[in-house]
Structures are given as structure tokens and as C-alpha cells.
Design a protein around this ligand. Structure first.
Ligand SMILES: [Zn+2]
Length: 238
């Protein structure tokens, strides 16, 4: 029997109006997900955060207070961004949050140390369909279903209406392709303080993805060379 393929869904940058819609879909389909919320948005929409925290299928995580790029900030501001969000979320959720995702996935030793001191695991992602780029539900579904590999942690944005419209089809499509949707901790496990995870098999996933894209990269490189040599676009083909 083939080994079960597992994938985790995460949603960043909320809470937003569409967050509740997504939680309802997760519940109807009995699929878990984690929502990495921005503190100052949570302060404006506390009921949405409570709705997420109260769901059996959703976890609230910390995505900083103001969505700052932490690696550009002095240490004290990094600490403030992380702990201010954790304090508010603990109050709203009734329990400490334990998962943290730095904005843009940018982290360094300072960020990781402060996250560890705040009791947070740093959870990155391995599959990014860039749902913010086109905000096209069909394209998001197609990208995820075409690229998902065992062990992937998928990043989406619950702030986007198009993403909310895609979630049901993403879940159904992944399941049709043999994936089980699991909480990210089933892939990332229990982390030691100061370490981080971007998906249990992300090294292998990244290598496979890189290899698959090599022919496209080489074609693009060849046509750039052709253009710079004054040849017609398309003069060099495979
Ligand atoms: Zn973000």
C-alpha cells in the first residue's frame, strides 16, 4: 500500500472578514489549518480571532504585531513585535499561542532566539502559490494541486476573497489526489527552542521541484542570451 501523503494548510495576515468563511469550510470538510494572525488586525477584529481559536479545526498562530520585516529591526523592536502579538492572542484565545511565522518568512538568529524565549516555534512553509499575486481562485487551486508534495506546508492568505473561494476545492482536490490534510505539527513535530521548520520533507520537496523546473529555466536563459545577441525571440528553441 502506498504511504499516506500529508500536507498542512496555513493562512497568513488575517484576521479578515473572509477568515470566518474559511473556518466554516474547514469545519464542514473536517480539515485542520493554522491561522497566523497580525496583532494589530486582531485588535480590530477580536471576535474573528475568538472564532478561529474556538474551532476544533483551526489554530491561531503569531504573525507579529504589525507585519514588520523582522530582520531589518533592532532587537528590542523584534521583541516588541513578537511579544505584543503573543500577549494579545493569549488574552483573546484563553491560552498561549505556540506557533510563530515571521512575515515573508524572514528570520535570523535574533528572531529565532526571541521566538524561543516567547515559547514559540518558528513555522515556515514549503509551498507558496502566491495567492496574492493574481487573486484568482482557479489559479490558486491549479497551482496547489499541481505542485503539492508529501510533507508540504502550504501558505495562503485568509485576507483574500479569491482564496476563501478556493479553499473548498483545494481541500477536495488534495484529498482526491491521496493527501491527508494534517495540522502542521504532524509535519514539523516538536521543535527544540531556536530551531525552525519549513515542512518535514521540504528539502526533498525543494530538490524535486528545482529539478522539474530546470528545463524551463534553461529555455528562459537561452532566450535571454538570444535576445542579448540580437537574435529574434524564439530563434533558439528546444
Ligand atoms: Zn504575512
Amino acid at each position: 500500500m502506498p504511504r499516506t501523503k500529508r500536507v498542512a494548510l496555513t493562512f497568513d495576515d488575517g484576521p479578515a472578514e473572509s477568515t470566518t468563511t474559511i473556518v466554516e469550510i474547514l469545519e464542514a470538510k473536517e480539515a485542520p489549518a493554522t491561522f497566523f494572525v497580525v496583532g494589530r488586525r486582531a485588535r480590530r477584529l477580536p471576535d474573528v480571532v475568538r472564532r478561529v481559536a474556538g474551532s476544533a479545526y483551526a489554530e491561531v498562530g503569531n504573525h507579529t504585531w504589525s507585519h514588520a520585516d523582522l530582520v531589518t529591526l533592532p532587537e528590542e523592536e523584534v521583541r516588541h513585535e513578537i511579544t505584543r502579538a503573543s500577549d494579545l492572542l493569549r488574552d483573546l484565545c484563553g491560552a498561549p499561542v505556540t506557533a510563530f511565522r515571521p512575515p515573508r518568512g524572514h528570520h535570523d538568529r535574533v528572531v529565532r532566539d526571541i521566538a524561543a524565549q516567547a515559547g514559540l516555534d518558528v513555522i515556515l512553509f514549503s509551498l507558496n502559490p502566491k495567492d496574492w499575486a493574481n487573486q484568482d481562485a482557479d489559479a490558486v487551486v491549479e497551482t496547489i494541486l499541481g505542485q503539492a508534495r508529501d510533507g508540504d506546508v502550504v501558505v495562503l492568505h485568509d485576507t483574500l476573497v479569491a482564496t476563501a473561494a478556493a479553499v473548498g476545492r483545494i481541500i477536495d482536490g488534495l484529498r482526491e489526489r491521496g493527501f491527508v490534510i494534517v495540522p502542521h505539527r504532524e509535519l514539523t513535530g516538536d521543535l527544540a527552542p531556536g530551531t525552525w521548520s519549513d515542512g518535514a520533507t521540504s528539502g526533498a520537496v525543494r530538490a524535486a521541484r528545482y529539478a522539474r523546473r530546470q528545463p524551463q529555466r534553461l529555455r528562459a536563459h537561452a532566450s535571454r542570451l538570444a535576445r542579448s545577441a540580437g537574435l529574434r525571440p524564439g530563434a533558439i528553441t528546444d
